[in-house]
Design a protein around this ligand. Sequence first.
Ligand SMILES: [Zn+2]
Length: 158
Amino acid sequence: MTSRAQQDRESIARVAVILARRRVTSTSLDRSPADDSLELHRIATRLHRADERNCNEDLTCPACGGDGFTKPPDGTSALPDQPWECRKCAGRGRTTGRAEARNEARAREIANAYNLRVYFQGDPRGCPLYLIPNEREAGQGGDACNYSITGIAVCHLG
Ligand SMILES: [Zn+2]
């Protein structure tokens, strides 16, 4: 029987091999596909924790009341009744929104270097991050319908 730590190492190695075969551009000269695989797994772990918290806690953003929009701040040129993306939560309506947006942007940046796109699966019972080869078309309904078939699962650690 394999331990969770062993499963984590195998998952990091499996994704690193896939990345090494797909490498298109380097995110940085001193980074390897193994570094990128490890970072993607760490991002998946943070996203998983946020997904779990979102299920178990009330994370409603106090600044926008959860709808992701606020009135424009005074002194801006936006029309007064036009909604303004909430800066406290990056328009996500949850207190974890800004951190999630940052983690997702970094995952997207790493994936781009391998000609992959990302799909974020928000149910904490499953893997939070999938890498989908850009040559695979999303198909009808988009990646949300077939990410588990076309994508490479990056599961959370621990
Ligand atoms: Zn907000």
